[in-house]
Design a protein around this ligand. Structure first.
Ligand code: AHR
Length: 505
């Protein structure tokens, strides 16, 4: 048995957690939109063709904000193709993902879908094949009340009330040559700044994210981010960054340690933002939108050499996630929360069917992947104020990252509900771990609920035939005696300890 401790105090706070840290993402890619979000004719479809089984799961997941329409897809997308009478919408070659896009689902359907599930829409604009003109027009179409060409067109399309989309993304992964319309940082920075100016003149209430590095290993990181921010610092609110943790070719111990690379990446991005801030003598901090993050490793699709352009949807990147992947997802959530002072938005990428936490069968059921659970539990219990949490744990040697603590975790104070939550992972593949925490620095608490996600078979996953193979179980190993919490965290597990105030404060 490993012995480890967490230390925290109610006065040592990282920051209030922005609820948008529990966001997700849907893209016109694979079977996400068609057959995931939207499937007219499905037994559960509502009056707009939205799958209500997927809507129910998304609500239960607790996704607060949903990014759309891409991803890479947005960089060659004409948003005008996806509005107006469906019969008049053009079928276009989607050269990004190699399909014919029917445009049956577009901006209005997306906004209506987010409204029905109670989430906030987050809209990306095309900075690849297009630029500021298309960007300003879509803001006018979506957000201007009436009395102008684009706003009146929205009304004519059946949406009298503006969608009031608050968060807009300037481009996607513009630092990579995989992106349609890639631009060097100087060029992109200029276009992004001018677009930001125009978009905010049309609706000054919006928040803007600007495309930063697509991952920390990009050769242009962090110069790309510094240059883009040099242009846009005064006009945008957040820098967008992405990370997918991959396993192929490495041992589980190394895979589990890789949340540390994500942590290092965030630290470097924050330093880069601070460097630009210092150069600009700006009082304004730059926040982060970690608007794509996940584990992505099993099914890398071979590139289509000769494109045949079948009609969308075409299944692709339909990963089946294991309990080990779910624990890594849990580690990534803890990492994001440790930066709650900077990370204001994060999108678990993606929501349904493609590298997703929800899977559907066309015409059939929808089920939760193993990775669904850590996100769902964190979104449900992990609201409030992130506390600076010191981890005192034995370590193991990861071949890439050196000494890696078996214990990882964070404490979250939720005074609004008189609660305290600990999210914790035991990285050990061999041993259970006894967690000890002195709670006296936060108040008197008693254990209210304890959830554990673990499985004897680390490769266990959920399938249509066995959708509940991996699911969290209630546990009862946690107790508080004389202000000291102890709990057993099983080997390779994600844990939630929810405590309620016991001193009638
Ligand atoms: O999520 C799939 C793709 O991964 C997105 O389209 C892109 O932004 C990222 O590279």
């Amino acid at each position: 048995m490993i012995q480890a401790r967490m230390k925290f105090d109610r006065d040592f706070r990282i920051g209030d957690i922005d609820n948008r840290i529990y966001g997700s993402f849907v893209e016109h890619l694979g079977r996400q939109i068609y057959e995931g979000v939207y499937e007219p004719g499905h037994p559960s479809a509502d009056d707009m063709g939205f799958r209500t089984d997927v809507m129910d799961l998304t609500r239960e997941l607790g996704a607060t904000i949903i990014r759309y329409p891409g991803g890479n897809f947005v960089s060659a997308y004409n948003w005008e193709d996806g509005v107006g009478p469906v019969k008049d919408r053009p079928r276009r070659l989607d050269a990004v993902w190699g399909v014919v896009e029917t445009n049956e689902f577009g901006t209005n359907e997306f906004c209506e879908w987010t409204r029905r599930i109670g989430a906030e829409p987050m809209m990306a604009v095309n900075m690849g094949t297009r630029g500021l003109d298309a960007a300003r027009n879509i803001v006018e179409y979506c957000n201007h009340p009436s009395g102008s060409y684009w706003s009146d067109l929205r009304i004519a399309h059946g949406y009298k009330d503006p969608h009031k989309i608050k968060v807009w993304c300037l481009g996607n992964e513009m630092d990579g040559h995989h992106q349609m319309g890639y631009k060097p940082a100087d060029q992109f920075g200029g276009v992004a700044r001018e677009s930001a100016k125009l978009m905010k003149l049309i609706d000054p209430t919006i928040e803007l994210t600007v495309s930063g590095s697509s991952y920390g290993g990009m050769p242009t990181f962090p110069d790309w981010d510094a240059t883009v921010l040099d242009y846009t610092y005064d006009h945008v609110d957040m820098l967008s960054i992405h990370t997918y943790l991959q396993k192929p070719g490495s041992a589980s111990e190394d895979f589990l340690a890789r949340s540390i690379t994500m942590d290092n990446f965030i630290n470097s991005v924050v330093s880069t933002c601070e460097f630009v801030r210092a150069r600009k003598r700006s009082p304004k901090p730059m926040y982060l939108a970690f608007d794509e993050w996940n584990v992505w490793w099993r099914e890398q699709e071979p590139e289509q050499k000769v494109r045949t352009y079948p009609t969308a949807p075409q299944a692709c990147l339909e990963e089946v996630y294991s309990v080990e992947d779910a624990v890594v997802v849990g580690l990534m959530i803890i990492t994001l929360l440790k930066h709650a002072d900077r990370v204001k938005i994060a999108c678990f990428s993606e929501l349904v069917n493609t590298i997703a936490c929800i899977t559907t069968r066309t015409g059939g059921p929808a089920w939760r992947q193993a990775t669904y659970w850590p996100f769902m539990l964190a979104s449900k219990y992990g609201r409030g104020t992130a506390l600076n949490t010191l981890i005192d744990s034995p370590t193991y040697e990861s071949s890439e990252l050196g000494p890696t603590p078996f214990l990882e975790g964070i404490a979250i104070l939720d005074d609004e509900n008189d609660a305290l939550t600990i999210l914790a992972v035991n990285r050990s593949l061999e041993d259970d771990l006894t967690l000890e925490c002195d709670l006296r620095g936060v108040g008197e608490y008693q254990v209210d609920e304890q959830w554990v996600l673990a499985h004897d078979d680390f490769a266990a996953s959920n399938t249509e035939a066995n959708p509940d193979n991996v699911r969290p179980r209630k546990a009862s190993t946690a107790s508080v005696i004389d202000g000291k919490l102890t709990a057993t965290l099983p080997k390779l597990s994600w844990n939630v300890l929810r405590m309620k105030r016991a001193d009638g404060r």
